[in-house]
Design a protein around this ligand. Structure first.
Ligand code: GLA
Length: 636
């Protein structure tokens, strides 16, 4: 077993100094290779596959990895979670990179704040962890459209995850940008990145044989020089293998271990074995149970994987939260979207707390480490605050006045093609369509994922996957027909990712005649959305509110803000915003009953709480110090 000390990176001043000397030497045409600092000179081989072993430079190396997604954990807690990972005896951090969050609009990149990938990677290095990067571009991971930007779907012929020109051109531009950031962080350049994944489980999709070679080249051409690997689950293993790239597998059950021993051997001969995703738990969908996996079973499987001579990565070590609207969905027989929590029953909880899995795995990995493991950091305290009693209210219909002019269009336009956000369409949230009707009858159309239909302000039903026709009651005179459509999350796994446009898809018909002349509001509920609703726009809470509506209250916090969980008892379905931060969706069909509210997003004093409720508001929002993720069911 190798130790995994990592030297501190040179300071900025040192970097500048080197740059000046280098420019000087280049100008004078001198041999600059002598400038490579001695501590970098031994970093020439990186992680290699040698026979059945991984080698890091001259030593045999076992990857004991764990996944944490920086975009699912408040930046202020990254250090805490990474220290906990290191103290569990793991030596490698594995993370995906979500293209949709980093390039929200074509050509406009965001790598700041909670999306500061380089800071996350460097922090891991500082803490003594190597890094395995999973840049996609498709990353699955229960994120909307598997991490692909929704603006790609503006093209009606788009073929995601293929060498279709419209897709590769976008990937090329994104990779140009992303790789220029991560290339210097590779091992051979002195950084912690020891391996890079080529796409993700492409074997299960496998629509274009030219695609994986293209992605491999796209990485290499931009300076990726560390070990490349693919990872596939049992359904895609045969098809995911790429010439010149190490194949690895994803699994959960011990019954699948023969994949490690026989399958990998049969496809690539003697190579180091790696389980890139050992699923420590599982994600949850709305309307289902909270999936859990027993800690003793986890320990048994982890040790069986290592006994089989394989390296391992725990997916997830710490899952975190699908803050905002970023959750993905599945749509095989039925459309099912993922809940806000990405607790995953992982090794650390959603809020970063220790679990039985943590202590068992710490003992286990500790036995390999050769030296005592660093002590696990103290728990971050949790708090129950006084309930929030909303005292102000604004019905959605009144709020529309402050939303600016709607988009006018003869026919409905889906979210992605709406002319907003500099032509990039709307990625997330809700969209409202209005038109005038003069008769009752049968309304039909396709609304993804769920469209609540109103006659004026009265709710008359839903259009969704199951219901594509509803009756519009008898009305007199001119009436406004409204459909509020929610994007509940685009599919992140399966063959239907090209069909993930949201809102009204195609025409809306009344008695088989297409309705015309729509007014369309983009209700993305981003920060600037609420900036338009200053306090004098709100009304005091009426006895019988009209829904959907926004509710405004204050959460009172004492001297030091702490983590808490908001209990949405009595509320039916909606979204919660704290000081402008979108905490995510709640829904009384469960399983999830509480929303994680990180203390670092609170301030001393009164914190603004806005709840968007579609159906029925509760009297208060309670705060509790314990999460309730719903009825447990063992993963099967
Ligand atoms: C696959 C994917 C991951 C994730 C898991 C399930 O293995 O590669 O991104 O979706 O399934 O959590």
């Amino acid at each position: 077993m190798t130790t995994w000390s990592l030297r501190r990176r040179p300071s900025r001043t040192l970097g500048l100094l080197l740059l000046v000397i280098l420019s000087f030497l280049v100008l004078r045409r001198l041999d600059w290779s002598t400038l490579i600092p001695p501590w970098l000179r031994h970093r020439q081989l990186g992680l290699q596959a040698k026979g059945q072993n991984f080698m890091l430079e001259d030593s045999t190396f076992w990857i004991f990895g764990g996944s944490i997604h920086y975009f699912r954990v408040p930046k202020e807690y990254w250090r805490d979670r990474l220290l906990k990972m290191r103290a569990c005896g793991l030596n490698t951090l594995t993370t995906y990179v979500p293209w949709n969050l980093h390039e929200p609009e074509r050509g406009k990149f965001n790598f700041s704040g909670n999306l500061d990938l380089e800071a996350f990677i460097l922090m891991a290095a500082e803490i003594g962890l190597w890094v395995i990067l999973r840049p996609g571009p498709y990353i699955c991971s229960e994120i909307d459209l598997g991490g692909l930007p929704s603006w790609l779907l503006q093209d009606p012929s788009m073929k995601l995850r293929t060498t279709y020109k419209g897709f590769t051109e976008a990937v090329d531009l994104y990779f140009d940008h992303l790789m220029s950031r991560v290339v210097p962080l590779q091992y051979k350049h002195g950084g912690p990145i020891i391996a890079v994944q080529v796409e993700n489980e492409y074997g299960s999709y496998n629509k274009d044989p030219a695609y994986m070679p293209y992605i491999k080249k796209a990485l290499e051409n931009r300076g990726i020089i560390e070990l490349l690997f693919t990872s596939d689950n049992k359904d895609g293993l045969m098809k995911g293998v790429v010439q010149g790239v190490l194949a690895t597998i994803n699994l959960q059950s011990q019954n699948e271990l023969q994949l490690l021993t026989t399958f990998l051997l049969s496809v690539q001969g003697i190579q180091p074995k790696m389980v890139t995703e050992y699923w420590t738990g599982w994600f949850d969908s709305w309307g289902g149970p909270h999936n859990i996996l027993d800690s003793s079973e986890v320990l048994e499987t982890v040790s069986a994987i290592i006994d089989a001579g394989s390296s391992i990565n725990l997916y997830m070590f710490h899952g975190g939260t699908n803050f905002g609207f970023i959750n993905g969905a599945m749509h095989f027989h039925e459309y099912k979207s993922d809940v806000t929590s990405y607790d995953y029953d992982a090794v650390l909880t959603e809020a970063g707390d220790y679990t039985a899995k943590y202590s068992k795995l710490r003992d286990f990995f500790g036995s390999f480490s050769g030296a005592p493991l660093p002590p696990p950091p103290e728990l971050l305290p949790k708090m129950s605050y006084e309930p929030v009693m909303p005292s102000f209210y604004l019905s959605l219909w009144d709020a529309l006045k402050y939303m600016g002019e709607p988009i006018k269009s003869e026919n409905p336009i889906n979210m992605e093609n709406l002319p907003v956000n500099d032509g990039n369409g709307q990625a997330f949230g809700y969209i409202l369509y209005e038109t005038t009707i003069t008769t009752s009858g049968i309304l039909s159309g396709v609304a993804y994922d769920r469209g609540q239909v109103f006659v004026n302000t009265v709710s008359v039903g839903f259009l969704d996957y199951k219901t594509t026709k509803i009756t519009i009651p008898l009305i007199q005179g001119y009436t406004v027909l409204r459909i509020l459509v929610e994007n509940r999350g685009r599919v992140n796994y399966g063959n239907n990712i090209d069909d993930q446009r949201k809102g009204l898809i195609g025409n809306l018909y009344l008695n088989n005649s297409p309705l015309k002349n729509f007014r369309i509001y983009s209700l993305d509920m981003k920060k600037n959305f609420f900036q338009r609703l200053d306090i004098n726009k709100w009304d005091t809470l009426p006895q019988t509110p009209t829904y959907p509506a926004f509710f405004l209250g204050g959460l009172s916090v004492g001297l030091s803000p702490l983590d808490t969980f908001l209990k949405m008892e009595g509320w039916e379905k909606g979204v919660v915003f704290i000081n402008g931060q979108n905490l995510g969706r709640y829904w009384n069909i469960g399983p999830q009953e509480t929303l994680y509210l990180p203390g670092v997003w609170l301030k001393k004093g009164i914190n603004q709480v806005i709840i968007f409720e579609e159906m029925t508001a509760g009297p208060v929002v309670q705060s509790t110090d314990t999460p309730h993720l719903g009825r447990n069911q063992y993963v099967h």
